[in-house]
Structures are given as C-alpha cells and as structure tokens.
Design a binder for this molecule. Structure first.
Ligand code: AMP
Ligand code: ZN
Length: 136
C-alpha cells in the first residue's frame, strides 16, 4: 500500500524527484536532504510501512541486505572510516517522517558528528527485572 499524502512514498515511487542512487521493484535509495555526513543516504521501501512494527520480515531482510551493499560501496568509493546504520521508530526515538526508512551514514574520523548516545549506569536489580521481562 502507498499513502498518497506521504512524502517518502512519493520520493520512493519517483513522483517527486530525488537524488536517487538505486531503485528496484521494492526499494529506492536516496541521498538525505539534510546529510549528517557526506554521503548520508536513506533506504526507502516503496510500500508504506510506518515503522518497524508494521514492516514485514521479508521486506526487512531485503532492506538490510541492501544496507550492507551500500555500506560496502560507501567504504570503497567514499573512503569512509566507518558506517552507521540507524533506524528510528516513533517521535520519542527521533523519527520525523512516519514511513519506515534506514539511514546509512558514512563516518569519517574527523566528521565532527555526535550520533551515538551517552552511556548510562546500569542497576543490577533493574537489569534482573529486565531480563525477566524481555527474555524470549
Ligand atoms: P528520521 O528523523 O529518522 O525520521 O529521518 C528523516 C530523514 O529524512 C531526515 O534525515 C531528513 O533530513 C530526511 N528528509 C526529509 N525530507 C526529505 C526529502 N524530501 N528528501 C530527502 N531527505 C529528506
Ligand atoms: Zn509512505
């Protein structure tokens, strides 16, 4: 399903022009309009899934394989020193466009970006409770 009011559906479907790096039946890869670093790209499914809870497993598998390919291409052709694959779900997690997408962000030793989190301190009782709650 495509959402006619969704900007990423329009970009993925080619209805709005984008800096497109790759396209197949299920996906389009575009450059992010506000790149965190040089080469920051987004992998967009052509179907509209809001987030990780909606996307099906087969599409997700294909998408992560594309992420791996693109990361290799970035390493080879941009000479980046590392790559972040980041995927946000929900406003609280930083998602601003409610159409599932995977950020593929080349990292350079001197890129000045601060993408990772501040480490917290774990509490053994809370950790134990979490193991009970989240084990599956
Ligand atoms: P997120 O915060 O994970 O939802 O990421 C949304 C990303 O989409 C941001 O990095 C934006 O810079 C990017 N973005 C928003 N609109 C466009 C657009 N029209 N073309 C390319 N990238 C976009
Ligand atoms: Zn959409």
């Amino acid at each position: 399903m495509v959402d006619k009011d969704c900007i990423f559906c329009k970009l993925a479907g080619g209805e709005i022009p984008a800096s497109s790096l790759y396209e197949d039946e299920k996906f389009r890869i575009i450059l992010d309009a506000n790149p965190a670093t040089k080469g920051h790209a987004l992998i967009l499914p052509k179907q509209h899934y809001k987030n990780i809870f909606e996307i099906d497993e087969e599409t997700l598998r294909d998408l992560i394989v594309l992420g791996k390919k693109l990361a290799g291409i970035m390493k080879e052709r941009l000479g980046c020193d590392g790559v972040n694959l980041i995927q946000n779900n929900g406003e609280a997690a930083g998602q601003t466009v409610p159409h599932f997408h995977l950020h593929v962000i080349p990292r350079y030793a001197d890129d000045g970006q601060d993408i990772l989190w501040k480490p917290g301190i774990s509490d053994p009782a809370v950790q134990e409770e979490l193991v009970k709650k989240l084990s599956f």
